[in-house]
Design a binder for this molecule. Sequence first.
Ligand SMILES: [Fe+2]
Length: 424
Amino acid sequence: MGDKIISGLSKIKGGKSHRVKRRLSRYILAVVIAALLLKMAPSLYSVMIIAIFVGALFGINLYVEQINSKSFNISADAALNKEKKHYNDHGERFKKDELGCWCVYSRPGNTYRILHLADIHIGNSFISFKKDQKALRAIERVINHTQPDLVVVTGDMVYPVPLLSGSGNNLTATRLFANFMESFGIPWTVTFGNHDEEIFSWYPLESLCEVYEQSHNCLFQRGPDGVTGVSNHIINILNSDGTLNTSLFMLDSHDYINPFLFLHYDHIREDQVEWYEQQIKSISNYYNNGKIVPSLAFFHIPLNEFNDAWELWQNGGDPEVYYHYGEKVEKVSAPIKRSSIFEKMVELGSTRGVFVGHDHYNDFSITYRGIRLTYGKSIDYLAYMKIAQSNWQRGGTLIEIDQSANMEITPLSISKIDQEENCK
Ligand SMILES: [Fe+2]
């Protein structure tokens, strides 16, 4: 049953009307900008000046893209202990199981280390050049410090908002990010955020999917057919004896309910919730004789329950809420419509932790109704006003899972990492 459910992983599906609407709004936006330019520049001479100006910007951006790709096609392998790249008995670092999911292997006697990164916001333009360098160097420091077995990036890898980032080219920015991640030689994956394909961006998510799928160490998979979103996929962590330790669910939390309503966020849809339930049951049947397996979920936009949990804790506590760490500095930007995924998680009893990004200044972690809800630390130097000057929120979140699937979560800010590295 399971292989049927996941068999269509290579095709894109879901949200078709939303995507048509998005493309249409892009054309409308282009026509409005062209009309404004023509109104402002009625003479041929002025049109030529604008064309030269735009051409020059493109030229500079092409040059910057080249410098960026040269600077960051570094091999960070040397900084990593190569023995950490563990293999199964057949010498494979990762493989697909019969359900169509990628599997990675934990080493005997060791915890499995997942590094959660959120909101990278690469612009890859002349405006964002310095901030991109800082963002990638920050990731490099976090990876070298944590030595993860797997890196999961929960969206907004790129930031194609030309007025702020200097470019709408989300494809070259994605290539830069993917090449950079590949240079570490460790398995990694992504889910998409609301900014990876913006109304102003030049390429659809399908083009970005190809970059991730073609990256050798990237375990990203599109799909599956008939389920809304392009980045729903699963990675299974196997113990050294081949038993399943934990399933990692990457879910697509989409972007906006309407491309022009930037603050009205979409939610994880019913068909995704059904898919999630089917997969939990299929994996449990395949690996665990039907006994529900432990899992974690990763996506971009926080659930409304993040806010519920925080409010309950603020209002004097609740037996179902346990605060672990962190701050809520900004509003929880949850979807307008509540998804049923959290209730399904509680009902099935498989998912022990949910990891999100999106709100760059929130980094709290709270257990609510038995599920640990955690904001990942963000990387962003570009999107939030003056965020480049702030360091406490920047870094990564380390999730360590032992052979019995017990989990420990550690937030690591860049400042803390630098301090620890300096003390070595
Ligand atoms: Fe973001």
